[in-house]
Unconditional design. Sequence first.
Lengths: 114, 112
Amino acid sequence: DARVTQTPRHKVTEMGQEVTMRCQPILGHNTVFWYRQTMMQGLELLAYFRNRAPLDDSGMPKDRFSAEMPDATLATLKIQPSEPRDSAVYFCASGRGSSTDTQYFGPGTRLTVL
Amino acid sequence: KNEVEQSPQNLTAQEGEFITINCSYSVGISALHWLQQHPGGGIVSLFMLSSGKKKHGRLIATINIQEKHSSLHITASHPRDSAVYICAVRGAGGTSYGKLTFGQGTILTVHP
């Protein structure tokens, strides 16, 4: 049963530290999305890749966040330096990229920045 | 005004009741998704539709493109249906293509 995997599932860190979250999309999927969910804002798109190229990262704070796809099986989201307001659940999703395709969500990384 | 508005925000029902959750959007879209998020936090895609109606078990989703409105119906509701239901619209073109914009979610609680 193919699924999106994310690591770590939980991360607690101190303000100012670097945080790296990883996502393995479903094999054969060519689009990858990073979302953030908070109680106040709900779900928001942070970044979006197709065929490993970034298509839209307008939802991401540029000064501290970066998203990359080193290869087709790995997407990373980094925060440096982290701040308490970054505390949220970060979801990765993947899809085939066609107009009729759904997105498959990973279990999320729950980040707490103290 | 948010691009995607859901109503109601909270919904409580008795087991067996028919439930409707509404979603209105203000932008051009290529598709609309209904997502379910259980208390454990995992998100599951229930439906993706761009026209008409889809049915899966006790769940029915409809969309009216002209009116920019979609509904999710649950027939014979059950306590295990208790979850947050999220409407999301997929951008229509250009750099918005594929990008999902989310509603705030509807918290559904079904009592036995």
